[in-house]
Design a protein around this ligand. Sequence first.
Ligand code: NAD
Length: 251
Amino acid sequence: MGLLDGKKALITGARKGIGRGIALTLANEGADVGVNDIVDDEVSQRAAELISKRGVKGTFHAGDVSSVSGINAVIDSFLEEHGQIDILVNNAAISINGDIESFSEEDWDRIMASNAKGVFLGMKYAIPEMRNAGGGSIINISSVAGLVGNHISAAYSASKGAVRLLTKSTAIQYAKEGIRCNSVHPGTIETPMTADMLADQQYRQDRMERTPLGRLGTAQDVAYGVLYLASDESSFVTGSELVIDGGFSAQ
Ligand code: NAD
């Protein structure tokens, strides 16, 4: 018996990194899982295969969640395979570094499209399906950079701050329909997104020293938090922000 037996979960940007960790963890608890990513390759297909090996249904749905046609294709293909959406994890995002003066308008539009608009579109098109299913749980992956300022990228921070309040407003608007919506705020997690930055030993050491629990996070650390919010164990939780950062932002 798993916490998510019989539930159908769609995870965006789940080919690797945190999304992949979330997909496998939800599958371990009995959910059928659809993996989305903009990159469609062997790694993406393998993520779906690994899910199926856990005795649940694992599928891959290629598409760009920052465009209406992309998200609609993803949701249509997910519904064809799974019939309904109970859990949506809006995890897909990009990171572009730079201060305000060096940041180009094109990069601002790109980061806001992937990180903020993608979350809006995912919810916009999944909510009617959740209503049909009698309710659901939406988990939006923000960041500690969505809670406090970030000296590496103001635009990334702005996009993640947008996710935080988009989440709270959605929670209020859809609570009466049994649709919950929460955000998750990871600290520094070792994934392909942070690999280049963490290859700099000084940066790595600095992040660990500034983290009270004294280590970097893993995709699994984040996935357990998402599991709680996805499950009925969190049925009284909506509009909340779950910080998973080793105490980094508590200081
Ligand atoms: P990652 O780069 O390893 O994985 C992100 C995945 O999303 C990639 O596979 C990418 O192809 C996909 N993607 C990007 N844009 C997409 C789009 N428009 N449509 C579909 N797929 C798209 O990143 P990660 O570190 O695993 O991060 C996952 C989430 O966690 C992101 O929302 C990120 O902002 C957030 N986060 C990460 C950290 C960290 O330290 N790694 C910290 C805080 C928050």
